[in-house]
Design a protein around this ligand. Sequence first.
Ligand code: DGT
Ligand code: CA
Ligand code: CA
Ligand code: ZN
Length: 583
Amino acid sequence: MNKREIADVLNEIATLLELKGENPFKIRAYSNGARKLETLEEDLDTLIEEGTLGDVPGFGKALVEKIETLAKTGSLEFYEKLKASVDPGIVSMLEIPGLGAKKIKSLHEILGVSSIEELQEACEANRVAELKGFGKKSQDKIAEGIKNREAYGKRHLWWNARAVAEPILEGLQALPEVERASHAGSFRRKREHVGDLDFIVASSNPGPVMDWFVAQDNIREVTAKGDTKASVRFESGLQADLRVVPSEQFSFALHHFTGSKDHNVLLRQRALSRGYSLSEWGLKSVDAESFEESSLKADSEEDIFKHLDLQFVPPELREGLGELEAAESDGFPELLEVSDLKGTFHNHTTSSDGRASLEEMTEAAQARGWEYWGVADHSKASFQANGLDEERLLEQIERIEELNASKRLSTHVFSGNECDILPDGSLDIDESILMKLDYVVASIHSSFSQSEEEMSARIIRAIENPATTMLGHLTGRLLLRREPYSVDTHKIVDAAIANDVIIELNANPYRLDMDWRFWRKAAEKGLATSINPDAHAPEHFDFVEAGVNVARKGWLTAENVVNTLSLPEVVEVLARKRPHLKG
Ligand code: DGT
Ligand code: CA
Ligand code: CA
Ligand code: ZN
């Protein structure tokens, strides 16, 4: 465990002891220890190795032993036993914002409540308001806290977090006191969802920056405000952290707080092996006496990597998944960009459950400068989405041909269908009709509870169908809402490659499916993808940006993505399954 993780455990020990009503001095020893540890300038592992941890003021013998055990083994019997001795229902009450251990203890002792549900009932029955030291106001606050707990605890889609993050970053950059500002954390790494937002600012005058930050619109609560650090919570439940540092620390702080933790750990190890210690404050020689005199300069993150003989690692790739090996040797491929896209597939119109007509969608695609876009309305098994049967599909093909022939719009329309994969793996529409389309996206929209074996066999059967051009949203997951169904991704990837089938990267911010963690390997094996917005309205074409984000996290380049091809090139690809396209 590292410093911060150990500090978390110590804080939790303090809280548990408080819940049990233990001696306040003992409690304070742990919470003070945690704070000391968090702000410790020296490297913890070094202090342990040298046996000098006990020399740090405030670290008693018992605490030193526990810190050493946690650092070495990652667990602590004392802590495990303590946790087991407190009712989990009582511990869970700590999740209610604004409710500390002391208050929970008295609520439990006086009212006998042992869970969030019981506390909620007590509030509804007005029993908390009558308690000494609580009152109506604090009862209302607790009740509201219970209601909001869910939203607070949740992670937030990158797509939704951006709406909050961008105006804040712009605002920070516009302040006269701000020399440099950036977002950091999982948001900068473009993770599909984020726990909180992180901002790093360089300024020699933090006061006005802090004041501006905590005065933002939509802030429900300022959860912390110091001289250089603040945390706020927005109405949506999303939290944001701000750190202001002196200009010479900016690159180090930006790198550190961009993470990921796994990446940081690996980079720090590399630094150590070369005699340097790397932290949010700087990069210094391990044997140096004072920090200031030995710290290396870094005007940018590039410089930090350069000091360690590495190429710059794009933030999206800092996940501890092989990026340092690449940075040490060949470097990185040119990652996909939104501007590489020349068109898009898998989109809906009013013929099924879309909100815009064929013409409106084509106009929107043209407005984006796309050379082509592909229709893929639902098929008849998706009756709840007004899926098309064979007859309506034939009519739609005709309308698309007419629109293309009219040359009214410069963007070419491909006819297609998002055809349901039925529970047995067969496709929902007669193959002779599917072959008249320019392409088919095969997707699952039913029988999600099949076993992994059944589900994988079902999908592979659909991949082997000669009419299938692409596989739609591989796992059916809806991020933060619905779990994926179980599939053997590796087998499916192999089957797709063997059958010249594209696996889409569904760019709907709730899907981002197939997951980015699989793409690097799959693309190396030869799998192609298409960044598909699955648009149900013209503005959903924007989703391609979310798809590009995670494609970058999957190390994908324009070469791996069919919708970076020009119209004639993409026709060649589709024609491999539809000879009529070349006629
Ligand atoms: P999130 O907010 O859960 O989506 O994920 P992050 O990565 O934004 O995590 P956050 O906000 O807790 O911290 C921001 C960055 O700060 C994190 O990516 C790496 C760095 N950091 C935080 N805690 C630690 C730690 O215990 N050790 C190391 N090495 N780095 C840390
Ligand atoms: Ca974060
Ligand atoms: Ca954070
Ligand atoms: Zn679908």
